[in-house]
Design a protein around this ligand. Sequence first.
Ligand SMILES: [Zn+2]
Length: 114
Amino acid sequence: MCIKRREVRKYARERVRQGNDKYDNHIETQTYFEYHLEFRTAAGEKKEIMERDSARRYYDYFRVGDYVRYHPQLNNFYEKYDKSRDKYLICPVCGKESKASLDRCKYCHNILVK
Ligand SMILES: [Zn+2]
């Protein structure tokens, strides 16, 4: 198990995507957001997660300055040290949210990390 403590930083970035419309040849632009989370150790070692648009589960779950524990053997799961203020937990197996009062994930029934 990796027990190095990592600190959360995060930022959002607006991006523009361009696509060619196949039918009338005009170029469409579309803006979307990328949500970046960085996990840094005191030594400056960095890991990063990027989520897009509405699929931003980790971005909403972690606060800037939270400390996390990284579990590479658990699907590269990031566990928050202080879960006392959390209303929900993220399942290390399926990545979905379950109420913090539950012991097992309500979707895949695996044990939640508490
Ligand atoms: Zn699950």
